[in-house]
Design a protein around this ligand. Structure first.
Ligand code: SAM
Length: 226
């Protein structure tokens, strides 16, 4: 039986290893009336794997503003929905916030299930203090990037960034003048996947490492605070 009077569930999905989905996530996906997915083709593979057949609609950064009114009308009609992203927790560097806000403003209850997200294992694997941390997601690509880096250089808490493999070496190089070469950094890549690895060292050491070995796959950078 579906939980309480929740109308929208945000359901975390695996960030690599398909075993990383909770029993409740599977049940909720099987019980809702329809599923909103960032990329319906990617999510269809997961749903097929789980044996779940549900109407699946695209919900991504290019259509989320437009789609919201239609979703709210369906929830008004008594339907229940789940939002999933390509990987991890919806709303974490992925669509989610806008539909959650619209639901709450319309008086609908929402619930995010606990589950996979890349930032938590990367933080714990780093070995840096994790009682307090700051999640920065992706740095701005152009405008405001340098200012953000400058501000963060004085941050006391452990800092977590998402980054693409193409930009990793450049980003580490951009951190150098503000953070200094002796600042400790941990880079986790391909978490939960076959080629998972975490490389730890000073900023100077990691810059040297990635100058020799091109980064591949999905990346989280964790930097120790001051
Ligand atoms: N919603 C996701 C979450 O909860 O982590 C994040 C989505 S964001 C669009 C994608 C970024 O998350 C990647 O560029 C990478 O920085 C990080 N990421 C996702 N899966 C990962 C993995 N298996 N290993 C390392 N980083 C990962």
């Amino acid at each position: 039986m579906i939980d309480r009077n929740i109308q929208l569930f945000l359901v975390p999905t695996p960030i690599g290893n398909l075993e990383d989905i909770t029993l409740r996530a599977i049940r909720i996906l099987g019980e809702v009336d329809f599923i909103l997915a960032e990329d319906t083709r990617t999510s269809q593979v997961l749903l097929n794997h789980l044996g779940i057949r549900k109407p699946l609609y695209p919900h991504h950064k290019f259509n989320e503003h437009k789609a919201i009114q239609g979703i709210i009308s369906r929830l008004n009609g008594g339907e229940k929905a789940a939002l999933i992203s390509d990987a991890g927790t919806p709303g974490i560097s992925d669509p989610g916030f806008l539909i959650v806000r619209a639901c709450l403003e319309s008086g609908f209850e929402v619930e995010c299930l606990p589950g996979p997200t890349a930032l938590v294992p990367a933080l714990i694997n780093s070995g840096f203090p994790c009682e307090r941390f700051v999640f920065e997601g992706f740095l701005p690509v152009k405008k405001g990037r340098q200012t953000r880096i400058k501000e963060l250089a004085l941050e006391k808490r452990t800092i977590i960034f998402y980054e693409s493999p193409m930009r990793l070496a450049k980003t580490l190089g951009q951190l150098l003048p503000e953070f200094g070469g002796s600042r400790r950094v941990s880079v986790s890549r391909e978490l939960t996947k076959m080629h998972e690895e975490t490389i730890r060292g000073t900023l100077d050491e990691l810059i040297a490492h990635f100058a020799e070995t091109a980064a591949r796959g999905e990346i989280v950078i964790v930097v120790e605070g001051i």
